[in-house]
Design a protein around this ligand. Sequence first.
Ligand code: 5RP
Length: 233
Amino acid sequence: MTTLSPDEAKRAAAAEAIKLVRPGMKLGLGTGSTARHFVDLLGGLVAAGLDVLCVPTSEETRAQAAALGVALTTIDAEPELDLTVDGADEFDDSLRLVKGGGGALLREKIVATASKTMVVIADVSKHVEIMGKFPLPVEVTRFGLEATRRLIRARAEEAGCAGEIVLRDKGPGQPFITDNGNFILDCHFGALPRPEQLAQDLSAIPGVVEHGLFIGLAKAVICAGPGGIEIFG
Ligand code: 5RP
């Protein structure tokens, strides 16, 4: 058996997902290194004549897809999509996801929610038994940062988790700014015993724009590892 490197596994998952694409589909394009493989493969099909219309979930993905000649539109012009293919920072057996490691979680959630089907592509390192191995990203407004951080901490404690809440930076003293002009707080909570409660409670905080818990959105996860492709869901 050939052992795939993590990057080869990401490409293998993307290659499996590309089989779901049909001519005329409206697609959501995810963000991150795994989604990048999907967009790259899609670009190859488009060059060979495939006709699809796509909504990217970040400026980074927009630039990649545009450079490959993929026809692009916006979620306002096409508010109903057939299929979104995106990566994840982690997923569990119930197809609950943590996303936002690349900072695109808000657009990713809007696009996934607007899609009839969301399929996640991942390498096996993303599969977890208990959610929370990856720090939970939360997109917040710049106004009221400390008040919002305090409320996140309080709601997290009520949902059975605690830990450092760190403002994401893109360099020393330079906060990371999302495509929507917001900050990201990375919540190092460790295990999330009640992700549904946490998701609901985080959404109720005024300064929280969106959080990286994607629950009930993914229809399947295509996961590639040393043993080949495994499909969850
Ligand atoms: C970006 C995301 C990505 O899908 C997630 O971070 C996974 O990235 P990668 O495929 O590079 O591991 O949610 O906001």
